[in-house]
Design a protein around this ligand. Structure first.
Ligand code: ADP
Length: 157
């Protein structure tokens, strides 16, 4: 049987406890999850792409089911390159749902890739990278919003 590989694409600037929770819950569903850090030229970033990849890799260094990569370009092309037949995404509220629905539709149309959506746990529904970025830029402690053991720079780089 073909391996069940999922690509979890995102900006992950930074990778939050919400993202972490989605991956933890998706792990039993797949043989492998490739976390793909996308380069977004339109967003001002808190952490460089290399730092994001490094921080996420160190979280999962003992987990051989997870690979962390960075990419620039179309998500479906990266999925193909890594043998992923599924895209993993998370949904918090209605706005996410609408957005994810369009994205899933486009990705399925252009490549046949199916998107697997997991609803957030209620306790993480309010957490977004942009809120973490904003708090961190004012020097606030964001430890509780990040995966256990992860650290990010307090001020903009
Ligand atoms: P993008 O810029 O591609 O939306 P993000 O890094 O913001 O990338 O998010 C990646 C995925 O994780 C998206 O599907 C997003 O909806 C989901 N996500 C973000 N925050 C949470 C959270 N707190 N709970 C569940 N899913 C989340």
């Amino acid at each position: 049987m073909k391996k069940m590989i999922a690509l979890f694409p995102g900006s992950f600037d930074p990778y939050t406890i919400g993202h972490y929770s989605i991956v933890e819950r998706a792990l039993p569903l797949f043989d492998k999850i490739v976390i793909a850090v996308g380069v977004n030229r339109n967003k001002q970033s808190l952490m460089s792409e290399e730092k994001r990849v490094e921080a996420i890799r160190s979280l999962y260094e003992n987990n051989e089911k997870i690979e962390v990569i960075s990419y620039d370009g179309l998500t479906v092309d990266v999925a193909k390159k890594y043998g992923a037949r599924y895209l993993l995404r998370g949904v918090r509220q209605v706005a996410d749902f609408e957005y994810e629905r369009n994205l899933a539709e486009v990705n399925r149309n252009i490549s046949g890739l199916e998107t697997i959506l997991l609803y957030t746990l209620p306790e993480y529904g309010h957490i977004s990278s942009s809120i973490v970025r904003e708090l961190a830029s004012y020097g606030k402690d964001v430890t509780d919003l990040l995966p256990p053991g992860m650290k990010i720079p307090k001020k903009q780089e």
